[in-house]
Design a protein. Structure first.
Lengths: 303, 420
């Protein structure tokens, strides 16, 4: 964390409305309709899942912090609001986003090491020439107008942990929910504190009966519970009639009411997460890999 | 604009050669600038928008060195305003600084810092450049140098458009024997420094290279904190940071002892050293090596021990040769008579050995010295020096680097290793 979110470039330049974001993407599509029909790609969220897995693989041997992975994901999103993915080599872009994010989050890795790792994973798509990555880094920075600081919801979560208070299971689940939100457009649509609150509510309301290790993603733990819909009703009740539901949740609702947080936005985020978990069922790593590989190869984007 | 992550295209679709770019721009030169980008060929529509954005930024400024690649209009314009344009303000290992100005207002000067990128991109952008851009993009305060814009030029260099500060720096004023200044002036300068540092800390940023030649002076006399090449955000609790920061003479004892977790107190110590130097007009503790610096600190303020600084002996590089008792108030009164008793108190609070007991930037600002007579000098009455050469040199220097260069490596060592 650095600087003040309210005065940040993130809030001023990288927060979109849903309509605006759709418009930006539509414009990119309009500009190159042929390529679009020629190279269909999976749903954006499925692609995001794929990219996220690649970033985690990349970071594995470097014991990278979760926050750097999160920053890299936000960089990818920002970059692809300005550039059509079909004009790029996504493997190079994601490796570069990873490299730059590590520098930004104060856990820098040497460029040769990063390129080495990436080549180990995608020998067909990454050239051994480190200059390529350096060049791409430059492009990434330019496209993001050198606005590099990303504010994440993790800190809000840890600050609220003692205030609410939250159990360690709840924090762990909320943390995984935050990890998952990077697979959606939410980081471009809502400020980090809204996301953090959403994650907390989801963790408290949908707490699965068998607590344990949620791993990196909350998907398996939550998808079922959220689909059952019991909690969704409770959530809808948050905005109009506080005072119902179990005491633990009542307390949270009261705190929310006093905090004057934008409940509507929180609910919208919850729904976005729910639909992510639904889409997730269709995810196939093989499918993503094939489509991207075909696109990069036939357009010679890997050179 | 960099084309890097994109496929290599047929030559007609790229902007590779400056010549073809120039021709395009020349053809469009009778249009208003906004239309120039629209006149580019249809064949590369996907680049149009972003390039145009970058061009819009670049077009706002004029810099001589850009001539080779700049839009046609720029060259004509800059020829008319010959001698002021594109003047090289300074050059360092890390960047070249040019004088420039806003296109629509030739009287408003800016400094354009062109970061030297290794021609082959061997190692990516340095952490220094990244840090500078990262923080200056977010910090906006009267006492922090302003970053107006960033743009990339065709030869793939990063250009930072910075506030132009023609007044030199505090080091020049300290060293210049022809300039006489008094306590009121020191109070004004220190006040501006303290506000800038407080603002950084309030925004969770450590500067980590505070020293007189990083404190630049604006045309109106305002002091601005510059060179964020070593800055970083406060680390999350228990995460380590490197101790190889801050130019040695201004480096606090905890860093010399190798502390990996530290706070804004490191900047406050540096501020204290600047304060002392302003009063004495020579650096207070000019150590020849890190070890020498530690013994100079011990001689001046006392030897750090478990009694005056619980936990200090656990620090990795802790050494203590001779035991000097911690200096009391008398020492500061005797050593810095010009500051007056209240000023000596303030300085003493900034030079406490134990960083936990050292004043914070906020406490410095709340000190009663500021409201004690004499009042701080008004900006317009502050002693000043003209000349633009210096700003360029200051900006071009790499973080942690000094004129004679013994600390050159401090910045480099930051990059890898120690921070995990």
């Amino acid at each position: 964390m650095a600087a003040n979110y309210w005065a940040s470039t993130q809030r001023r330049h990288w927060l979109f409305t849903r309509e605006k974001l759709a418009e930006v993407r539509e414009r990119l599509r309009e500009r190159d309709k042929v390529t679009h029909s020629q190279f269909p790609l999976p749903d954006q969220r499925l692609l995001n899942i794929y990219f996220n897995q690649q970033l985690i693989k990349l970071g594995k041997r470097m014991s990278t912090r979760q926050q750097a992975i999160a920053t890299a994901q936000v960089y990818l999103k920002r970059f692809y609001t300005k550039n059509e993915i079909r004009q790029t080599n996504p493997y190079l872009v994601l490796t570069t986003a990873f490299y730059l994010a590590c520098k930004m989050e104060e856990c820098p890795q040497h460029i040769r090491f990063v390129v080495g790792e990436a080549r180990g994973l995608y020998p067909e798509f990454i050239t051994p020439d480190v200059a390529k990555l350096g060049e791409c880094e430059f492009a990434l920075i330019s496209e993001m107008s050198s606005q590099l600081i990303v504010h994440h919801p993790y800190r809000t979560l840890s600050e609220l942990q003692t205030e609410l208070p939250l159990s360690s299971d709840e924090v762990a689940l909320a943390w995984s929910v935050i990890n998952d939100h990077y697979l959606t457009d939410l980081p471009l649509l809502h400020p980090p504190h809204i996301i953090a609150i959403m994650a907390i509510i989801v963790a408290v309301v949908f707490k699965p009966s068998h607590p344990g290790n949620f791993g990196n993603s909350a998907q398996s733990a939550l998808a079922g519970a959220m689909r059952d819909g019991g909690g969704m009703g409770m959530l809808a009740a948050l905005s109009d009639k506080p005072g119902s539901g179990p005491p633990r949740i009542q307390k949270l609702v009261q705190w929310l009411a006093e905090s004057e947080i934008d409940i509507k936005a929180v609910i919208e985020c919850t729904q976005e997460l729910l639909s992510l978990y639904e889409v997730w069922e269709q995810y196939s790593e093989k499918h993503c890999k094939e489509l991207i590989g075909r696109m990069v190869k036939s357009k010679n984007l890997d050179k | 604009m960099a084309l890097s992550p994109f496929a290599s295209r047929s030559p007609s679709m790229t902007v590779a050669s400056p010549n073809s770019a120039l021709r395009l721009k020349a053809a469009a030169s009778h249009h208003v600038p906004g239309q120039a980008a629209a006149a580019k060929p249809e064949s590369k529509p996907e680049r149009e928008l972003t390039e145009q954005l970058n061009d819009d930024v670049r077009r706002k400024y004029i810099k001589g060195a850009l001539e080779a690649t700049a839009p046609q209009g720029t060259i004509e314009f800059s020829l008319r305003l010959t001698d002021r344009i594109g003047k090289k303000l300074g050059e360092g290992t890390y960047a070249i600084v040019y004088l420039g100005h806003f296109r629509d207002d030739p009287s408003s000067c800016v400094a354009i810092k062109k970061i030297k990128v290794n021609a082959e991109y061997k190692d990516g952008l340095t952490m220094d450049a990244i840090r500078e851009v990262k923080y200056l993009q977010e910090l906006s305060h009267r006492n922090v140098i302003a970053l107006h814009d960033v743009f990339s030029s065709k030869d793939q260099n990063l250009n930072l458009v910075l506030e132009f500060l023609p007044g030199g720096d505090l080091e020049m004023l300290i060293k210049d024997g022809d300039i006489h200044y008094g306590v009121g002036d020191v109070k004004a300068w220190m006040g501006m420094l303290a506000r800038g540092v407080w603002f950084c800390h309030e925004n969770f940023v450590l500067h980590r290279d505070i020293k007189p030649n990083n404190l630049l002076i604006a045309a109106d006399g305002e002091v601005k904190l510059a060179d964020f090449g070593l800055a970083r955000s406060f680390a999350d609790p228990y995460l380590n940071m490197t101790h190889q920061v801050i130019t040695r003479w201004y480096r606090p004892p905890e860093l010399l002892f190798g502390a990996k977790q530290y706070s804004g107190a490191v900047d406050v110590w540096s501020m204290g050293m600047v304060f002392a130097e302003l009063l004495l007009r020579v650096p207070l503790l000019a150590g020849m090596s890190d070890l020498d610096q530690i013994s100079k600190i011990c001689e001046a303020f006392g030897t750090p021990t478990e009694e005056n600084w619980p936990g200090v002996t656990q620090l990795a590089n802790y050494v203590a040769d001779k035991a000097v008792p911690v200096q009391g108030r008398d020492f500061f009164l005797r050593q810095f008579p010009t500051a007056g008793p209240v000023g000596a108190d303030l300085l003493m609070s900034m030079c406490v050995l134990d960083p936990r007991k050292r004043a914070t930037a906020l406490q410095v600002l709340q000190h009663k010295w500021w409201t004690t007579e004499p009042r701080p000098t008004k900006n317009e009455d502050l002693p000043r020096k003209s000349g633009t050469k210096k700003m360029g040199d200051d900006l071009a220097r790499r973080g942690g680097e000094t004129d004679d260069g013994p600390f050159k490596n401090a910045a480099r060592q930051l990059d890898f290793g120690a921070m995990k």
